[in-house]
Design a protein around this ligand. Structure first.
Ligand SMILES: NC(=O)c1ccc[n+]([C@@H]2O[C@H](COP(=O)([O-])OP(=O)(O)OC[C@H]3O[C@@H](n4cnc5c(N)ncnc54)[C@H](OP(=O)(O)O)[C@@H]3O)[C@@H](O)[C@H]2O)c1
Length: 238
C-alpha cells in the first residue's frame, strides 16, 4: 500500500489533499495542531489512517513526532509539508511576523530535513513543499509572508540539488499556488481556484513527479510578468 504523510492536514489544501490521495489508495499520516479536525478527517476517509498532533513551531518536538509517525507507518514514500500561515500585515507587528517565520520558515525546514533524511536512508521517495506564487514578488502589505515563501521555494531548489547529487530516486516538488479558496483567503481575489481544482492539479503534479508547479497554471505568467515589470509599478499594484 502507498503511504504518505501530510503536515498541515486539518484544513484547506491539506484536508483536500488527504481526500484526493486517499481516493487514490494512499494510507495517510495526518499531522497538524488541531487533533479534533484530524480525527474527523480520518473518520471521513476510506481506509485506515494515522493521526499525529504536532505544532511545527516547536521544531525539535515536531521533528521527533514526524520521525515516530514515519516509523509507525513503515513505508512512507511521500511527505507533503503544507503547514503554513498567512496573516495580514497592515502594521509592522513583530508578533505577527514572528509566527509566520516560525511556521513557514523554521517549522517548514524542520519537517523537510526529517523527510529528506528519511528518503536518503530509505533509498528513495518524494518531498512536496507548498510554497506560493507570492515567492516571486515583494509587497509592502504582505512583506513577511512573501519573504517566507521565497525562502521555501529557494530551500526546495537546494533540496532538489541534494536529491540529484545523491543519485537516488528522490523527487522534490515545489508547489506555488496563487489563490485557492481556503480559510486562509479572505474575499474573492482574482483567479480564485476552488480547493478541489487546485488540489487536483497538485495531485497531477505529484503523480507526474514534477519539480515545480504553479496552481493554477496561469500564475506562471504572473510570476514572469512580476520579474519584468519595474518595481515602482509593482509598488502601486500591491
Ligand atoms: N489558499 C491559498 O490561496 C494559498 C496560496 C498560496 C500558498 N498557500 C499555502 O498553502 C498552505 C496551506 O494553506 P491553506 O490555504 O490550506 O490554509 P489553511 O486552511 O489555514 O491551512 C493551514 C494548515 O497549516 C496548519 N498549521 C498552521 N500552523 C501550524 C503549526 N504551528 N503547526 C502545525 N500545523 C500548522 C494548519 O493546521 P492547525 O491549525 O490545525 O495546526 C492547517 O492544517 C500554506 O502553506 C499556505 O501558505 C495557500
Amino acid at each position: 500500500m502507498k503511504q504518505a504523510i501530510i503536515v498541515g492536514a486539518s484544513s484547506g489544501i491539506g484536508w483536500e489533499l488527504a481526500v484526493q490521495l486517499a481516493a487514490k489508495g494512499y494510507q495517510l499520516g495526518l499531522m497538524a495542531r488541531r487533533g479534533d479536525c484530524l480525527a474527523r478527517l480520518a473518520g471521513l476517509l476510506p481506509g485506515d489512517h494515522f493521526v499525529q498532533m504536532t505544532d511545527v513551531t516547536n521544531a525539535e518536538k515536531s521533528q521527533a513526532e514526524l520521525k515516530q509517525l514515519i516509523e509507525l507507518m513503515g513505508e512512507v514514500e511521500l511527505i507533503v509539508v503544507n503547514s503554513g500561515v498567512g496573516r495580514k500585515e497592515k502594521q509592522l507587528d513583530w508578533v505577527v511576523e514572528c509566527e509566520m517565520i516560525d511556521v513557514n520558515v523554521r517549522g517548514f525546514s524542520a519537517m523537510a530535513v526529517v523527510a529528506m533524511n528519511h528518503f536518503l536512508a530509505r533509498g528513495g521517495g518524494h518531498l512536496v513543499g507548498i510554497s506560493s506564487a507570492a515567492a516571486h514578488f515583494s509587497g509592502g502589505l504582505t512583506l513577511t509572508y512573501n519573504a517566507t515563501k521565497a525562502y521555501v521555494s529557494s530551500y526546495l531548489r537546494g533540496m532538489r540539488s541534494r536529491a540529484i547529487r545523491s543519485k537516488l530516486p528522490i523527487t522534490v516538488t515545489t508547489v506555488e499556488p496563487g489563490f485557492v479558496a481556503t480559510p486562509m483567503v479572505e474575499g474573492e481575489p482574482i483567479w480564485l481556484a476552488t480547493v478541489e481544482k487546485g488540489v487536483s492539479q497538485m495531485v497531477t503534479a505529484i503523480e507526474g513527479k514534477k519539480n515545480h508547479v504553479f496552481i493554477t497554471k496561469r500564475w506562471r505568467l504572473v510570476a514572469w510578468l512580476l520579474y519584468i515589470i519595474p518595481d515602482a509599478l509593482i509598488r502601486r499594484l500591491v
